[in-house]
Ligand binder design. Structure first.
Ligand SMILES: *[C@@H]1O[C@H](CO)[C@@H](O)[C@H](O)[C@H]1NC(C)=O
Ligand SMILES: *[C@@H]1O[C@H](CO)[C@@H](O)[C@H](O)[C@H]1NC(C)=O
Ligand SMILES: *[C@@H]1O[C@H](CO)[C@@H](O)[C@H](O)[C@H]1NC(C)=O
Ligand SMILES: *[C@@H]1O[C@H](CO)[C@@H](O)[C@H](O)[C@H]1NC(C)=O
Ligand SMILES: *[C@@H]1O[C@H](CO)[C@@H](O)[C@H](O)[C@H]1NC(C)=O
Length: 359
């Protein structure tokens, strides 16, 4: 009898574990006996015919005990954790009651069905293997998860919420990166709704002028992180708090002074043209007279005029200028300066045989 009590205690300690195995359908414990006191097992009597110990009505022989299986969640399992075998997916809790296992939920008082994180049967038609609750489904790896459009919040599935729709928890907005819940799903400070510039961008992104560290902080391909702020990249220009793609062809129509992408071009009379002192050559704007320059060969001869261009010192910026003998008369007259002779184009002392002009 002492041993029996000890066994019961051991059983009680391990009783928080899941109850495995099928319920028993036999009543005969098969212990030999001649009278009931020989059996030493509760709810068993000595069967006269068999001379063996047999369980009472509604008790079943399980693991050497006579067990009355629980029929409802919450029933006592003080006598044995085996009692909870009567309810699939339950266990005998520390306060000796049959409770649903973690990942299972009580349904109709007497069943524990899989719910979030519980094990289910993928594509099952049976209620028992299916996940309990309309907002849950069984995944291919046999776990209950929230269905499409829902997200797990503790032990519940909550609906994902779109920008501007009422929410009660940040988690409902979490599918929109950099958003949070403040009555509705909103973008975090310095972020803005990605769809503001790009209808397919369902997230909050850093907009123009938002602080940034790297280009990828800025939500749009057309922005760069310049001076730690998100700004339009070189192919785009900023207008009305937005970045627009620049016009890349000379002569094309433009709408904004910043609109023309060809280097050294500008928007003039709604057309991209080469800047003053530059002229067009092969779709590009090249340096003509007075254009700032560094090397001689940057300075190009304007086809229509008989002139040679060469760079020369004209502090603070070097500019393309005419060399002696190739004088563009009207310009020279206007711009002639006595100081000119002080300079030579390469910065050395002037060649007395040449005359240099500064424009
Ligand atoms: C439950 O499942 C979700 C989704 O698979 C997972 O993120 C979460 O960590 C799980 N919870 C526990 C306690 O295992
Ligand atoms: C929630 O939004 C309101 C109005 O836009 C704002 O004044 C408030 O600071 C926000 N609350 C939090 C916690 O961000
Ligand atoms: C900027 O916005 C204003 C007001 O909405 C509009 O009148 C103007 O044409 C816009 N500018 C450009 C370049 O689109
Ligand atoms: C190039 O020559 C054309 C035709 O004479 C003239 O209109 C234009 O101003 C010149 N441009 C430069 C930059 O020299
Ligand atoms: C732009 O127009 C001028 C004359 O108006 C023409 O000579 C030139 O080839 C055109 N350039 C382009 C890139 O279309």
């Amino acid at each position: 009898m002492y041993t029996y009590v000890l066994i019961l205690q051991l059983v009680a300690v391990s009783s928080v574990l899941a109850v495995r195995g099928e319920i028993s359908t036999i009543k005969n414990l098969k212990y030999p006996c001649s009278k009931t006191s020989d059996c030493g097992v509760e709810y068993a009597y000595c069967h006269d015919g068999y001379q063996q110990c047999v369980c009472y009505e509604s008790y079943w022989a399980d693991d050497g005990l006579c067990v009355r299986y629980a029929a409802k969640v919450g029933e006592s399992c003080a006598s044995s954790f085996l009692v909870c075998k009567g309810i699939k997916n339950s266990y005998c809790s520390t306060d000796n009651k049959c409770e649903c296992l973690w990942g299972y939920t009580k349904v109709h008082d007497n069943k524990c069905y899989p719910t979030l994180n519980g094990t289910c049967v993928f594509n099952s038609f049976l209620t028992e293997g299916s996940c309990y609750g309309d907002d849950k489904i069984c995944s291919e790896d046999s776990k209950c998860i929230c269905k499409e459009g829902y997200v797990q919040h503790m032990r519940e599935c909550v609906k994902k919420v779109d920008f501007g729709k009422t929410c009660s928890s940040d988690i409902q907005c979490a599918h929109l990166p950099h958003s949070y819940c403040n009555t509705t799903c909103k973008c975090r400070p310095t972020y803005l709704d990605g769809r503001f510039y790009d209808s397919t961008l369902n997230k909050c992104v850093k907009g123009l002028d938002a602080p940034c560290e790297v280009k990828t902080d800025c939500g749009y391909y057309f922005m760069d992180c310049t001076n730690r702020r998100c700004q339009c990249n070189s192919e785009h220009y900023e207008v009305n708090d937005s970045c627009r793609i620049k016009v890349t062809q000379l002569n094309a129509t433009c709408y904004h002074y910043n609109d023309c992408a060809v280097p050294n071009s500008m928007c003039y009379n709604k057309q991209c043209r080469c800047d003053w002192n530059y002229f067009e050559e092969g779709g590009k704007c090249v340096k003509g007279l007075h254009a700032p320059c560094i090397l001689d060969d940057e300075c190009k001869k304007n086809n229509s005029e008989d002139q040679v261009l060469i760079h020369g010192p004209n502090t603070p910026v070097y500019k393309c200028k005419l060399v002696n003998g190739h004088v563009k008369v009207e310009t020279v007259r206007q711009k002639f300066d006595n100081k000119a002779a002080k300079y030579s184009y390469d910065g050395n002392s002037p060649d007395q045989n040449k005359l240099y002009f500064v424009f």
